[in-house]
Design a protein around this ligand. Sequence first.
Ligand code: FE2
Ligand code: FE2
Length: 193
Amino acid sequence: MAKEQPFLTDVETLRAQARANIDQGPVTSNYEGDVKQTIDVLQTVLATEIVCVLRYTMNAVAASGVSSASVRQEFEEHAKEEQEHMRAVAERINQLGGTPNFNPEGLATRSASQYVEGSNLIDMIKENLVAERIACDHYRELIRFFGEKDPTTRVMMESILTNEEEHANDMLDLLAAQQGSPKSLKADSGRAS
Ligand SMILES: [Fe+2]
Ligand SMILES: [Fe+2]
């Protein structure tokens, strides 16, 4: 006996749904997220990423001198990757029908992480590490929030989170190298959350 497959929408219905509201592009009838809320949340992520681009770029410029060449290179690389995150988030906001907010006004307030320059190399590394840890916490929460409601946004955030964890680890390694105490630093840095 033929069993129905209740989890699948029949083809006729799928076709009809796809033809309705074509102006919503990729947001179709079974999108279970709240589009407006998703866009609002992604604007915060966008601001966070812009602040990260600015901070790493500033650090890469400021970390001049032969002794900091390797640190500078790391800052450069992170600035480039933060820019890729920024672009991906902006594209997603656009796909969902929103306008990515690149307005410099209010940027620091919209961002989860702060823009702290750091007056020397070690402070710069520490501030980047703090910013990465904020991003990791924030993005993990968002991934849980998006869950199955918006798999595309979730997968994008998972990919960004993977990269932010690498960034945090890079900063921790740099800090250890600069301070010359890798083991104790690693041992003291167990996650509190
Ligand atoms: Fe990022
Ligand atoms: Fe990062």
